[in-house]
Design a protein around this ligand. Structure first.
Ligand code: KIV
Ligand code: NA
Length: 277
């Protein structure tokens, strides 16, 4: 099976073929998604919230991402694995940025890294790409900036903000990013950016005019039984299903109906054992 590469992703935009991306954080999920031919698997720093139970993504470390990326990459035979660079791992100079991105490739087996921001991170993007590591940009709502943004709001609703976002997108493209995630921007702006840059734009909460889409595993499957953003379509109720399994298990253990003979082992030699006492 042919592995999805940066070349594949760029070609898909040229051909007008939509790119599918989903987050995955472990081997079995990655395997299922890969077998369904998802194009890209994102080991997002959203894992801090949906896997580790943190309030936001700022507590996630490079070690956390490496750990999960190793698992996901084992399950990805075809899909490209993109690993998020976590908070502060690309803000302390280009050398540490390259070093941390390199760890995600060497130790995590990622095929690319993703980092948040525009003009303020282009030096890091250029250095990482120059080291031979493919980079995905991320503009619009950038959750690592939650403390300076003051909340999770739609970004780029005014013309001047929209123009600034396109400028940032162009800077990322010039620095060598091969695609760009746009989070929580109006559909008009996502279309404007997608049409005015050559690299594919992958949207989340940004309408259907982008070159591709991404969603968070726990949100779109309904595994996450807490707050789910408005832009997420719930394709299932995995959380409810897990809850049902747990309730039935508890009930059957309590009343002794599990494990029945069907799920037990017996030995003829021991058939008298409990009669001896
Ligand atoms: O961490 C993440 O899951 C992401 C996606 C929302 C794009 O960055
Ligand atoms: Na992220």
């Amino acid at each position: 099976m042919k592995k999805v590469t940066t070349h594949t992703i760029r070609k898909m935009k040229e051909k007008g073929e939509k790119i599918t991306m989903l987050t995955a954080y472990d081997y079995p999920t990655a395997k299922i998604m890969d077998e369904k031919n998802v194009d890209m698997l994102l080991v997002g720093d959203s894992l801090g919230m949906v896997i580790l139970g943190y309030e936001d993504t700022t507590k996630v470390t490079v070690d956390d991402i490496v750990h999960h990326t190793r698992a996901v990459s084992r399950g990805a035979k075809r899909a490209m694995v993109v690993a998020d660079m976590p908070f502060l791992s690309y803000h302390l100079g280009v050398e540490t940025s390259v070093k941390n991105a390199g760890r995600l490739l060497q130790e995590g087996n990622a095929g690319a890294v993703k980092l948040e921001g525009g003009s303020e991170v282009v030096d890091s993007v250029r250095a990482i790409v120059n080291a031979g590591i493919p980079v995905v940009g991320h503009l619009g709502l950038t959750p690592q900036s939650i403390n300076t943004m003051g909340g999770y709001f739609i970004q780029g609703k005014k013309v001047d903000e929209a123009e600034r976002m396109l400028e940032d997108a162009k800077l990322l493209q010039e620095a060598g990013a091969f695609s760009l995630v746009l989070e929580c921007v109006p559909t008009e702006l996502a279309e404007y950016v997608s049409k005015n840059i050559d690299i594919p734009v992958i949207g989340i909460g940004s309408g259907n005019k982008c070159d591709g889409q991404v969603l968070v595993f726990h949100d779109f499957t309904g595994y996450n039984t807490g707050f789910i953003p408005k832009f997420v379509k719930k394709y299932g109720n995995v959380g409810d299903e897990i809850g049902r399994c747990v309730s039935e298990y508890i009930e059957e253990v309590k009343d002794g109906s599990f494990p029945s003979a069907e799920y037990s082992f017996f030995s003829e030699d021991l058939s008298e054992l409990n009669k001896l006492y």
